[in-house]
Design a protein around this ligand. Structure first.
Ligand SMILES: Cc1cc2nc3c(=O)[nH]c(=O)nc-3n(C[C@H](O)[C@H](O)[C@H](O)COP(=O)(O)OP(=O)(O)OC[C@H]3O[C@@H](n4cnc5c(N)ncnc54)[C@H](O)[C@@H]3O)c2cc1C
Length: 385
């Protein structure tokens, strides 16, 4: 074990761990981040397509989403680096009364939490997204403050700034256990040695449960796999992210947007979920998503797909993250179960964790942590998970 005592050890240099290291180092504390992979963001983070929205259906996620948009949208002016933030908004489209009803019901809570989101009837929606298939279109929600950014550039930005602020990183190093004494964390054991700390953050994404089990704890995070793809670049014709929540055979919703380079990025939610950690691309994905996208927007038929990939969602039973202190082991904090929204929530999560370890929580933070508590009942499902 090294003699240095770290204020916080963060396990995982992914969507959660990197902004958390940045905010903790910015607060003047000394974090160490340990990751089994060779460089930052090589877990789920690099699989994300970069969608960023605050349009969720629960107060905690809405708050974290808004905080994250604040960080991502001002990153360039605050820190100088380009993370490709683009404020194109999100549109959830409705072609059937049942989806229109779900979206309109959600608007009430979304607007109550200060989101700039509203309903557009068919013709108004077609003004925002002229290429949508017009037949049967009822309308949709539009949230112009949402957007997209690059998960790879964001990871790099948080990593380099955290390092400049004094955070330390160990890559190609696997955490194998938590060292505890009298019910308290005193250090972290790895395949290369050990490090002393009284505060550990489990930010291990899809591997969070295995990590918890290493020290006799448990947390209900189960990974399932999702595929995404990217097309060749074309001239800009689409501003918002389009989300279609109608289920179809083999899938639930799917979503796509046009990136600043002109390429389209797209993703689908398999139904039933494909549980496990398999990250090999399949030949099922494109035949499943391409017809759905082309039916929704016929002009896409002319655009060629360049590449697909597959990554993991760290899922929880109710679709919301699990954040908070362990009651069984003092000094052990969970920041896990980000589901399909870890990239868009994590600047907000990182700032929250920094306030948690400094014991500077605001009343709103307390509400967020109560909602995301590891000890909640998991009975209420997040509708836009
Ligand atoms: C196809 C696809 C598209 C997506 N699109 C979006 C999107 O548009 N917007 C969005 O917000 N989210 C999206 N997501 C979800 C997002 O990628 C995840 O929610 C997020 O990356 C999870 O972050 P994390 O930090 O929890 O996990 P990760 O980023 O995986 O980080 C966890 C890290 O912990 C490390 N680790 C684990 N165990 C150990 C150990 N024992 N020792 C050392 N290191 C360890 C891993 O190596 C890993 O680097 C998408 C996901 C997929 C698969």
């Amino acid at each position: 074990m090294t003699t240095q005592v770290y204020d916080v050890i963060i396990i995982g240099a992914g969507s959660v761990g990197l902004p958390t290291a940045f905010f903790i180092a910015r607060a003047g504390l000394k974090p160490l981040v340990i990751d089994q992979f060779a460089s930052p963001g090589q877990g789920s983070n690099k699989a994300a397509i970069g969608g960023v929205r605050a349009t969720h259906s629960t107060p905690a996620k809405i708050r974290l989403g808004l905080d994250s948009i604040q960080v991502l949208s001002t990153w360039k002016e605050a820190y100088g680096g380009n993370i490709e933030w683009y404020q194109g908004g999100y549109c959830f489209v409705a072609y059937r009364e049942q989806e229109a009803r779900i979206l309109k019901d959600l608007l009430k809570i979304q607007q109550a939490y200060g989101l700039n989101i509203y309903w557009l009837d068919r013709d108004d929606l077609l003004e925002v997204v002229p290429d949508l298939w017009p037949e049967g279109l009822i309308g949709g929600t539009y949230s112009p403050g949402d957007g997209s950014a690059s998960p790879l550039l964001t990871a790099h930005a948080f990593y380099t700034h955290a390092k400049e602020l004094g955070a330390e990183f160990c890559f190609r190093e696997r955490v194998t256990g938590i060292i505890r004494r009298r019910g308290k964390v005193v250090g972290v054991r790895t395949d290369k040695g050990g490090y002393a700390t009284e505060t550990v953050i489990n930010a291990a994404g899809p591997w969070a449960r295995a990590l918890a089990q290493m020290c006799g704890l448990d947390v209900p995070v189960v990974p399932d796999s999702h595929e995404a793809g990217i097309t060749e670049p074309v001239a800009r014709f689409l501003r918002p992210m389009i989300v279609d929540i109608r289920p179809a055979k083999g899938s639930k919703n799917y979503y796509f947007y046009q990136h600043g380079t002109g390429a389209l990025l797209f993703c689908i939610t398999p139904e039933p979920p494909i549980v496990g950690t398999d990250r090999r691309e399949t030949s099922d994905f494109l035949p499943m998503i391409a017809p759905r996208m082309v039916r929704l927007m016929p002009k896409l038929i002319n655009i060629r797909v360049r590449r697909t990939w597959r990554g993991l969602y760290p899922m929880t039973p109710d679709g919301s993250p699990i954040i908070g202190q362990s009651r069984e082991l003092t000094g052990y904090i969970y920041a896990v179960g980000m589901c399909g929204q870890g990239y868009m929530l994590c600047p907000g999560v990182g700032a929250l964790l920094s306030r948690l370890v400094q014991e500077e929580l605001t009343p709103k933070d307390e509400e967020t942590l109560e909602e995301l508590s590891p000890y909640r009942s998991f009975g209420r499902e997040e509708k836009l998970k």
